[in-house]
Design a binder for this molecule. Sequence first.
Ligand code: GLC
Ligand code: CA
Length: 559
Amino acid sequence: MNTTFTRRKPKDWWKESIAYQIYPRSFMDSNHDGIGDLNGITEKLDYLQDLGIDLIWICPMYRSPNDDNGYDISDYQQIMAEFGTMADFDRLLDEVHTRGMHLVIDLVINHTSDEHPWFLESRASRTNPKRDWYIWREGKNGAEPNNWEGIFKGSAWQYDTATAQYYLHLFTPRQPDLNWENRDMRAALYRMMRWWLDKGVDGFRIDAICHMKKDPLLSDMPNPKGQRYVPSFDRHLNYDGLLEYVDDMCRQVFDHYNIVTIGEMNGIGADQGEAWVGENHNRLNMIFQFEHVRLWQHEQCLPPSVNTLKHIFTHWQDALEGKGWNALYVENHDVSRVVTRWGACREFWRESATAIAAMYFLMKGTPFIYQGQEIGMTNSHFATIEDFDDVSAKNQYADLLSKGVDKTQILQLLNHTARDHNRTPMQWDNSQNAGFSDAPPWLRVNKNYPKINVADQQQDPLSVLNFYKALIRLRKQEKTLVQGRYQLVLKHHRQLYAYRRDGENDRILIICNLSGEYASWQDDTVMLVGQTLLLSNYSASGDDTGLRPWEARVYRMRT
Ligand code: GLC
Ligand code: CA
């Protein structure tokens, strides 16, 4: 293992990084079975290096029966057979390090698969030593122990006839929740984490960390089924005492390694962010907060209001300034494609994909790109429920159907929001199956691949891909874009998102028109005349007093 490389990392190395998220199942198939795999990722490392990536996060690649595509782990220290072997993983890690990049893996520790040996033991008898590693309860009056609903629909409890008790599963019934109260269970997880860190992985993205602590009384939610959801009433989302678990894990494991940790943190606002990533607390390095993605992942198909978006991002930027670090992202494997949901796919596909990119990428924090986002991949069309793969889409379909909602209407909804949109195979070129595989892929390729693919965009200087490359180059070149303070300007403008990054004797302005109409402004605090243009997503130069539809520009401002 290339440990010299990892040992030499400077402190906070991840602040300068550009991160890229890989969904292994859909990235690249190297052995002709229609399923992406680890060797496929290794094959494409040169592509990622050329793009300018230095931090790669891969979604779960562990042994799993794939009820939730790998987020249901049956062995933390084995590789899923479809993805390859541990030797393939070691080679991938080595090849990543050889290129001066880092590899972060997904840590799924809120739950395991129901096929994990720990759970098999736990369910075997009420007296098994591992019984308490999961959350078992008696039924209440012949029904579930409480009124909690699963995140993927249905009750969060599953009755197990063998021992006549219920176990808790916040996700699918095949993903039983681990009991973090149990110290032996925690110690076993910590051993597993150290094992990966000793192998040389550079950190973890921590799945569903916000759910690890449950109300010890497991009391009913005050606002169950169908009523307005109030996060602060939640009995397992950021529940009091959660940070004690996090601290324990940090002291026992993370503190002993020079790694990066990023928690998946649903349900908190900017004011709570500091408790998680404030550097003085010495907890996590970053979190993926959800507030902004919620704006375009809601069930209606409306684009988000630019002002609401500014409010959310600005709040996070200000709240963490000088205290902690933001993870910047607009897509991941749990949402649908941003250019479809929020951009203007028909008239301004290229412009909107690049304007959205410039808008989020140059804020203060570590930018993450989700595979395919860098070429402006769009949502697919799913004609029937059979075309979907994701357990969450299927459960949502069944749930709405049972409530009497019309099939066409449900399909329409899923065609906006389903996670499958971001899981269709990566579009490498215009050959069969988009160059992802020469066998029929596990999930159908988006049929626009002859128009949207890596190979074509590599040739086209104006492509979305080349714009991402330019953004990355710029961020690497300009210290101000890493360290400079974020300052929102044109605060109330309804089309423009504009902000400055203020460094020492240096100011950079990012100005993006997030609408399909020309946008001008009167405010003379932002004057473009005579400033130095560093980057733009239009080829022909524009004017100094307005921006064309979805135009984005970056300037060095005179100080
Ligand atoms: C996280 C993952 C998601 C998964 C869930 C359960 O939210 O990102 O893909 O389904 O946790 O593990
Ligand atoms: Ca394969």
